[in-house]
Design a protein around this ligand. Sequence first.
Ligand code: SF4
Length: 716
Amino acid sequence: MAETKSTCPYCGVGCGVVIESEGAQITGVRGDPDHPANFGRLCSKGSTLHLTASAAITRQARLLQPMQRLQRGQGPQASSWDAALPAITNQLADIIEHHGPDAVGLYVSGQLLTEDYYVFNKLAKGLIGTNNIDTNSRLCMSSAVAGYKATLGADAPPACYDDFNDAATVWVTGANPAWAHPVLVRRLEDARRANPQQKLVVVDPRRTETAAMADLHLQILPGTDIALCHGLLHLMLWEGWTDNAYIAAHTSGFEALKARVREYTPKETARMTGLQEADILQAARWFANVDAATGQRLPTLSLYCQGLNQSRSGTARNAALINLHLACGQIGQPGAGPLSLTGQPNAMGGREAGGLANLLSAHRDLANPAHRAEVAALWGLPSVPDKPGKTAVEMFQAAADGEIKALWITCTNPAQSLPDQAMVQRALQRAELVVVQEAFATTATAKYADWLLPATTWGEKDGTVTNSERRISRVRPAIPPAGAARHDWAIALDIARRLEARLRPGAPTLFGFDSPEAIWNEHRATTRGRDLDITGLSYPILDSQGPQQWPMPAGAASGRARLYEDGRFETPDGRARFFDTAALPLAEPRDARFPFSLTTGRLRDQWHGGSRTGTLGRLFGHQAEPSIDLHVQDMARLRLQDGDLVQVHSRRGDLVLPAVTSDSVAPTQAHVAMHWGGEVLGAGGAGGINTLTNPAFCPLSKQPELKHTAVRLQKA
Ligand code: SF4
């Protein structure tokens, strides 16, 4: 039996795993005791990775050879790499020559490795000449990115998992890590056992598993996060709990915010959020954390995820929370700071490689002419395109409108995961060329593909990922690729080199690398002098010293645990910026016609659209089928019994689901897990929950409001 150290491919905790294998078979998996994210622990998803790997093969869920669909609406036929690669290249080149580079859209994934991302990004921006490359991380973390940049000046989570041990208060908002990031909650439980005085505050419209652990659960009305943060700051100012010396020395813009929060009195905040004034006061006390006896300030750490991010006001929600950290000096010290939880295994690495429509390599901004010039120089090009690329929802809307002619979709399933599935289906039907590069043949998007390209997946891939605490880990192959599957970077590279011959004949290649390590070395060279500088890191150092947190510039002995310890931020004047915003309404508040607030969330044992977790029966033991959770009063009002089917209508579509009485939701609220739908898990509608959801997005982050939809319910 062979053993290979690698990383779990699910959530952004980034747990280390040890893969056991015999020949071409993965036979077991266990937590890596040496990995600093999990110290040997795994959750139900990670600990069954070996079973999903074999179930995907035996259930014929893996895509094992290139397939071509000769006629849309019919099944695909077996093809070969020799046929697929030149045909796709020629069609892409024809579209570029006839319609321009912006007629191509690349939609990639936070599950790709950093090396994959680097090649795709260079292919789009360096070779094709379009910024139309975006990723499903847009649905996940882009509001966190925009929130960090608006306040701290850089897309850099400043805290780390070790801060759990030092925090006097852990503040969880818009997240249910007990199910979505379970290994972190085990670490949190350890910290609470070691320090029974530690307080846990959970802000969530639902009484989740995490909320049930809390010392204080603030069950706010959906979409009132900004009002709560402003109300807390109002109280902190009133009580004298802000850190005025920190504000004066290290921040700017406080006076405007101070004037703004004057109107967020406890009474008004209670009215807006649906909370009790006494609970708001207690929460403010525990966040600010000034010891009444000594006057000493104790550290507060906040953890947050999609409840803040997936919103039309996602950036403002993130920034309103960071405002509190800055106002109380709760940042840059052990146990304190904002720490966004990442939904995907490598949403962070993708941003580091610049794989978003508004970014360039190494966190450079597309809108910044100096950054564009730096990347052009690094790539040996006269320029890189300056026109902003289409972000996820915009890209599919542009394809539905006929503006984008070719969609190349890699390692993601937009026919299930994007909001407003009717629009997404129009896009996939109207595009002249749809290439789907995937490890799984069973995704909802696969049935729209003109070409299906088989890609490697966990256990076969080789490269790096970055987790929520900026820690870069190696992903290593334990077995050879299944069937004819190839690595994502290698497929992109093959098409890139063929495209070069059509688009830049005779020019030196932009793609002078042939291994993940060579790609990563070019990537890390682009980080020199940037906030995420990793010029001091290498594959051999990752092998010998283990996973490291960026930055780790040349000469550094190790990565850095936390940022901004000197109170200097990544802004031109070195000061963090308070973000002044009014409390913004939901994109689609409930009303007389659509009187329920439908929220979405995650189950403990499923992940994303279930292409991997859906292959394993035991992962349905926790919840076997989709359902809509309703409060007992609403069940009675609608004359529903548990298990009765209910029609769920939104302004974009309908779904039929069994109703279940739940004490986790408040009256007039409903909840459905986001996993169900598409070809794998089924949910009474081809697009699942996203048949209903709203494509409205945050104007700053372009992240859609997947978390909240106004719906009408009636017994089916
Ligand atoms: Fe994998 Fe996340 Fe579970 Fe860790 S917590 S084993 S990274 S799914």
